[in-house]
Write a protein that binds this ligand. Structure first.
Ligand code: HAM
Length: 423
């Protein structure tokens, strides 16, 4: 029996070919993101990868594609309906309410990194298990928090070398605005129903805003003439939008307003944004997010505003200029006789304790084979131990680039070897 990974998943493994299959790129992306969160003063949260399914229905929205088609829902032995998390915001808000974090000094700034699950059709940049780096700020409606969240997203992407990136920005108004706008949009779409693609027709009733995401040319042309939400904004929403724009300019984040930008999740109010990379194909959104001022109270908490982003690490790596892998090892031990193996183990332990990365042969290779391994690993030094070295209470240090060799005494401990390695 041969097994393969489940459809829509991928492995990260030694020698992985695609950028998102390479372990060293994940380590790099995570460390860059972590360092940004430190600089922006965000605390990490780690939350379950499954929650009550209703949490997502209430927050992401009944009419959203995610809830209608993409959730991995299952029942536990107690008959509870659970779902693998399709996104991170709902869990963070649930946790904020559950632990009464609205009682501490506001805002609360949090970040997370972990897998999300959506039953989508697989294609490049789209998986059934993907990993998001995300941040959420709860308890402030200051437009400069919107600016911070967008700057943070942009800055992480830039530090990771995301190519040809543009941040698109829009404002969806408050829920009241949407209540006024959606019937207008719906009646426009109904009037032109015969010219729309079938997917968009099916959305007129359930979620007309999503028609803006249609890739169909006729639909797009028609939507260019459709009423835009910007014309329905309240004065407050408009002022918020202006402050965000001024803040982004002050922070040096380039952006473009896209009045037709809507998002696939229902909880958004006011600011929404998406960062796209022209280096990607059809799945060109590297990250996105927005405000959700009604969500905390919707999930049983007080009236507390929120905003955040989620960014797909696979897409970041696909859109990035991935650095070439550097050497991972400092030292490779070459043992010329079986008696040299335990002394090599002992020296390796001493070097590793001092932070030196080293490895030895576990495949019974000849001396030639071991030197080849050392070459492959790109080490600076080989430490050679054979009969002669054992007799001398020494090892032989070979500088792999110059080929120079010298004996280093080790009978009194690894001190001299460590010094020699640090030159
Ligand atoms: P989202 O736009 O659904 O937003 O997802 C955020 C990012 O996750 C996307 O831009 C994309 O990079 C990545 N992503 C989503 N689905 C997939 C997939 N199937 N395969 C690969 N990558 C994917 C959210 O999830 C919101 N929670 C963001 C947010 C946080 N809004 C406020 N706070």
């Amino acid at each position: 029996m041969n097994y393969r990974g489940p459809k829509g998943t991928y492995d990260v493994y030694p020698g992985g070919r695609e950028p998102h299959e390479r372990p060293e790129l994940w380590a790099w992306a995570e460390s860059v993101a972590r360092d940004h969160f430190r600089r922006y003063a965000y605390s990490e949260v780690r939350l379950p990868v499954f929650e009550e399914a209703q949490l997502f229905v209430r927050s992401v929205g009944e009419a959203s594609d995610i809830v209608r088609k993409e959730m991995f829902v299952f029942h536990d032995k107690g008959g509870r309906e659970l779902s693998l998390r399709p996104e991170g915001t709902a869990g963070v808000v649930r946790s904020y309410v559950e632990h009464s974090l609205y009682k501490v000094a506001q805002p609360v700034k949090m970040w997370y990194l972990g897998p999300m699950f959506r039953h989508e059709r697989q294609q490049k940049g789209r998986y059934r298990q993907h990993v998001q780096i995300g941040a959420e700020v709860l308890g402030s409606d200051d437009p400069l928090v919107d600016v911070e969240i967008i700057s943070l997203l942009y800055s992480i992407h830039q530090s990771l070398g995301v190519r040809d990136e543009v941040v698109y920005l829009n404002n969806l108004g408050d829920l009241e605005t949407r209540r006024r706008y959606v019937p207008e949009l719906r009646s426009y779409l109904e009037k032109h129903e015969s010219e729309l693609d079938p997917d968009s027709v099916s959305r007129i009733e359930t979620n007309p805003l999503r028609t803006f995401d249609s890739k169909d040319r006729n639909t797009q042309a028609l939507l260019a003439e459709a009423p835009v939400i910007g014309d329905y904004l309240s004065e407050e929403a408009r002022a918020h939008f202006d402050s965000v724009k001024a803040g982004l300019e002050a922070a040096g984040v380039p952006y473009a307003v896209d009045e037709r930008l809507v998002r696939g999740l229902d909880y958004y109010t006011l600011t929404v944004f998406e960062a796209k990379s022209a280096a990607l194909g059809a799945q060109d959104t590297v990250g996105g997010g927005g405000r959700y001022n009604g969500l905390v109270s919707e999930l049983g908490g007080p009236e507390a505003p929120g905003i955040g982003f989620g960014s797909g690490v696979e897409r970041i790596l696909l859109a990035a200029n991935a650095p070439e892998e550097g050497a991972k090892l400092d030292v490779y031990f070459v043992t010329l006789t079986p008696e040299a193996r335990l002394p090599a183990v002992s020296l390796a332990a001493a070097l590793r304790a001092e932070g030196v990365a080293c490895d030895l042969d576990y495949a019974d290779r000849s001396a030639k084979g071991q030197f080849k391994q050392a070459d492959r690993a790109g080490v600076r030094f080989a430490v050679i131990i054979g009969d002669e070295e054992l007799a001398k209470g020494a090892c032989k240090l070979r500088d792999m680039s110059s080929g120079e060799e010298r004996f280093v005494p080790v009978a009194d401990g690894p001190g001299e070897l460590l010094r020699a390695l640090k030159v």
